[in-house]
Write a protein of this length. Structure first.
Length: 101
C-alpha cells in the first residue's frame, strides 16, 4: 500500500508520460492485463487511457486494471489511469521511505 507522500511522488514522475495502452469498447480483458503486467515489469510506472467508447465506468476500469495486474492505482484523472508496480528485475524508481513514528 502506498502512502500519500509516495503517491504524490509517483504522480509527479508520471506527469510527463504518455499513455501506452488504451481501453476501448471491449473493456478490460485477460490479454490486455498480461501486456500491461509485462510493461509494468519493464517500466514500473505507466499510464493507460480509457477511450470514450468504453462501456464500463472509468472507476471500475481503473480498479480492474490495478487488481488484474497486482499493481497500485496511483491516480485516475479524467480518463487517464496511472499504475505503479515495483519491478523485480528492472528497479528504476526509488520511492520516498515511510517514516514510522
Amino acid at each position: 500500500m502506498l502512502t500519500g507522500k509516495q503517491k504524490r511522488y509517483l504522480r509527479a514522475e508520471a506527469h510527463h508520460l504518455t499513455p501506452i495502452f488504451q481501453v476501448g469498447k471491449g473493456g478490460v480483458n485477460e490479454q490486455m492485463l498480461l501486456q500491461i503486467s509485462d510493461a509494468l515489469e519493464a517500466r514500473e510506472l505507466l499510464k493507460v487511457r480509457i477511450l470514450d467508447n468504453c462501456a464500463d465506468e472509468k472507476d471500475e476500469v481503473a480498479v480492474a486494471l490495478a487488481e488484474g495486474t497486482n499493481s497500485e492505482l496511483v491516480q485516475l484523472i479524467g480518463l487517464t489511469v496511472v499504475l505503479y508496480k515495483e519491478s523485480k528485475n528492472n528497479k528504476k524508481i526509488n520511492l520516498p521511505r515511510v517514516d514510522k513514528k
